[in-house]
Structure formats: C-alpha cells, structure tokens
Design a binder for this molecule. Sequence first.
Ligand code: PMP
Length: 386
Amino acid sequence: MLDDFLLKKLSEMENAGLLRTLNTIQSNPAVRIEVNGRKFINFSSNNYLDLAGNKEINKAVADAIEKYGFAGTSSRLVCGNLSIHEELEAGLAVFKNKQASLVLPSGYQTNVGIISALMANEKNSCIIMDKLNHASLWDGVKLSGSRIFVYEHCDMNSLEKTLKRAHKYEIKLTITEAVFSMDGDFAPLKDFTELCRKYGAVSMVDEAHSTGVFGKEGKGLAEVFGVSNKIDITVGTLSKAFAAQGGFVCGSLKLINFLINKSRAFIYTTAISPAVCAAALKSLEILKGSATERAFLLKTAEYLKKKLNKLGFNTSNTQSQIIPVITGSVENTERISLYLREKGIYIPAIKPPTVPKEQSRIRISLTAGHTTRDIEKLTDSISEIV
Ligand code: PMP
C-alpha cells in the first residue's frame, strides 16, 4: 500500500518536472568540483568567502577533536554544554552587537526553534511575514499555530497596513530576511525597524546570506544600515559564509534564557560537535578580517549583474552575491541548466515550490573564490543561450 502511494506521488512530481534528485559531488563543494568524474566550475554554493576547506579552519577542527573528541554526546541541558559552545556564543554575541547568543544544529532548526517557542499558544500574539521569507521561517510559523499576517515582498506600505490591521495583538513578531535567498535583494531594514518601533512590534531579521558578506567586518546588513541595535532578534547561519555548520540567534539575555527553557529545537537535540564550534570560531576570526574578499566578491557580483542585464536577462532586484536569472518555466530552466553543465558550469535549476510558479530560475551564487576567468566563462556560455 505504501509503495503504491509513493509511486503515485513520485510520478506526479516527475510528470510536472518537479522531481528532485541528488547529484553526487566527489570533492568538497567549493568553486571547482567533480561530478560523476567530470570537472565543473560551481556557481551554486553558499561558500561565499571561499572558506570551505580553509587550512586554518581544518587545523582548528583537528585540534578540537584532539581535545574534546567529535561527539556532541547529549543535549546541551544534560551534559553536552562544553566551554567551546559558550566561547562561540560569546563571540557571536559580540560580533552581532547583542547581549547574548545561542547556537543550534542548523539555521533551519534555529528559525523553527525561535518562532515556535516564542509564539506557541499565545492568543494575544501574531506573526507578520514578508511573502518571500524562507521555508524555515514559514515552518516555524506553522508549528507555532499562531495567527499569521503576510505583507508584499519588501513593500513597506504593505507592511505598515498590515501592522495597522494587527494592532489589537499585544505581541506582533515581524519577520524578514536581510538578503533574500532566492532573489538576492535587500529588505529595507531602516524602514522595517522604524515601522516595527512605531507600531510596537518585535523585529526578527534572518541574516543567513548577509553575514560575512556585508559590512566592514562582515557583521551583516544591519551593520550597513546602522540598525543593529533596533533589531530584537537576529538570526544567522554558520553554514554559509562561515563554511561550518549550524545556526545561531542573537538578542537579549532574557531572550536567550527563554529559548534555553522553551525552544524544543534546542532542548531535545544533541549539542553540536565541538569540532564544528572550533570551525565556526576560526571562521569568525578569519571573516572579520576579510574586507578585501568581501569587496572583491561584491564588485564581481555587480559586474556580472550588469553584464547579464546587458544581454537582456532578468536578474530580479538583486543587490548581492546571489544573482538569479529568471528563466520562467521549469522546462526552460532545466534546459539552460543542462546546457551550462555541458559547458562545464554547475548551476542546478531552482524550481517550485522553492520559488513561485513560472518563476523558475538559474540562481548564480558567487564566492570570493571565483576568478575573473570563471566569470568570463559563465557570461560567454550564457550569451550563447541568447
Ligand atoms: N535562512 C535562510 C534565509 C536560508 O536561506 C537558509 C538556508 N538556505 C536557512 C535559514 C537555513 O540555514 P541552514 O542551511 O544552516 O539550515
């Protein structure tokens, strides 16, 4: 019976061109990768500062394994709370200009864990979401069972109207990404935080794609907009520019104490490995001093965006290292992705439900490790599509 059910569901997905399959990468997914014995330039990883495989990080991991072993062994609340977890959290709190921080096993789990804990069964509360927020934020919202309001993507008039509609709720948790994962555009954080203040709403900002990439020391977009102290809850991930693994939340000491007590995603999971903490700590040190790499990455992104626009491609409203080329239908996007693969360029198609229908795309993810020659090869290949 189960087999029949699964076959039917899988066939439905296949017929719609939406079946997902895994590709096997034979090397660390950095800029140059090998897939099924063929070499590619990879334009799809979140390894923004090209720190994956960094020797200093590898050495820090090896040292941590020597000292602590690899295993997390238990929940942080039982016997898994090591001094290196606290060291990492102290570093992240300072980095994000907040009182305290908490690390969880992934960015996904962090978002789900915060929202579901804060908003669980609160009759007097509601959540206000940007329409294009990441799946992990939506899943936290669903798990919370809270009343939801949605505003148009990055539209501050729409947000203000929504805040007015939600005025009767005592706690209004308002959530946005800083750099949006599929479009690469910025949330207008200055207006966003001002509106949250004006209407007494709690602000939560997911800096998954901006941490390490934006700001003098890579602190993120809030630093660029000068609004760090106006954001109540800041989220980041250790799995993108940090090139490690895990997620973190920064905020007041009360917020972190509350999450330690109430976030099931934190309480009922094993502590992240001390080796992962060591990797993240070393990355933190390196990325603060990576201003040159950040400048190079953003300059390259700007160059590529302009070149693609000149060729007539729609790159949405990107302002970052994430450059979507909107290709429309699933079939068209798959065709372009396959064509690029024949040219030695690896960019899997991004399809619904990750993005809205008819907005499938080739999502170019640049890193500081891409050379000018890599960019030329990409633009040459894309221009052949035209
Ligand atoms: N937030 C956003 C905006 C993301 O794009 C992602 C991952 N793509 C996450 C959170 C989840 O982070 P992680 O991969 O560390 O689970």
